[in-house]
Design a binder for this molecule. Structure first.
Ligand code: HEM
Length: 229
């Protein structure tokens, strides 16, 4: 599991250990690229492509939720979602020169991960029932009443604002760690490895093949669902 260590002797020798599996890293950066592409295709009215990319994001986030149940230690929700006591203890440790060391998401970052995933789910999910009232309809638009579709269209617009605010806080937090706490969280999301004190055990990382099979199942189920419905 994603243990939180003690910060006593925080300057002890660090060793580099692999904390993020390849699937989580690919998920993160592909997600960022897709969200930028979704913004651009939405702004410029390339709505056919926009809807395809939106469904790709939805499939990825559903995959990530399942990977949070059957994936690597640091990907599992049970590993990084902590109670209020642990969140407060971690937040207090941020005021000291050496925050409590954690292998994966820290208790505060874990909450942000959930907020980001929920906002993306709301954004992509509402898009399925949305219409531009001219030519384009989301793939599940025909299943709901005009009133529900109009509510979903409103959600689709506002969820984007929420997502932007969360993304700005998320990136600002990563930059604060880098420049104020002198702790680079961004590098490990690229390389997978992070310097950690010896008291923290290396997390168990699940096989990328398991992740790929899971992704194929989710994508296949989604394609079958939208073509049958
Ligand atoms: C260039 C901008 C970005 C940087 C530098 C960045 C950096 C990071 C870092 C360092 C982590 C790991 C945090 C930790 O150590 O606990 C992370 C996780 C995450 N980030 Fe970002 N991020 C960026 C943009 C975004 C955007 C735009 C989104 C979505 C709106 C996003 C969603 C996530 C999610 C969902 C996770 C959790 C990954 C997982 O556990 O699967 N990130 N990001």
């Amino acid at each position: 599991m994603n243990e939180v260590g003690s910060n006593r002797g925080a300057v002890a020798t660090l060793r580099k250990i692999r904390v993020w599996d390849l699937p989580v890293r690919l998920f993160h950066w592909v997600l960022v690229a897709l969200l930028v592409a979704l913004y651009l295709t939405g702004e410029y009215g390339w709505l056919d492509l926009h809807m395809k990319l939106g469904q790709a994001v939805l499939v990825l986030v559903i995959w990530r939720v399942l990977w949070g149940l059957v994936g690597s230690d640091t990907a599992r929700f049970g590993g990084f979602l902590r109670g209020p006591g642990a969140v407060l203890a971690y937040a207090r440790s941020l005021l000291t020169p050496h925050p409590l060391p954690v292998a994966g998401h820290n208790p505060l970052g874990g909450l942000m991960v959930i907020a980001l995933l929920l906002a993306i789910l709301a954004q992509a999910g509402s898009g399925l029932f949305t219409t531009d009232d001219i030519v384009v309809e989301g793939p599940l638009y025909h299943l709901v009443s005009g009133k529900t579709a109009s509510l979903m269209t409103t959600v689709h617009h506002y969820a984007f604002d929420v997502l932007i605010v969360l993304a700005v806080i998320h990136v600002a937090a990563a930059l604060l760690y880098l420049f104020v706490k002198k702790e680079n969280l961004i590098g490990p999301m690229v390389t997978g490895s992070r310097p950690l004190p010896p008291q923290l055990p290396a997390p168990a990382l699940a096989s990328p093949l398991r992740a790929l099979i899971l992704l194929m199942i989710v994508a296949g189920a989604w394609i079958a669902f939208v073509s049958l419905i």
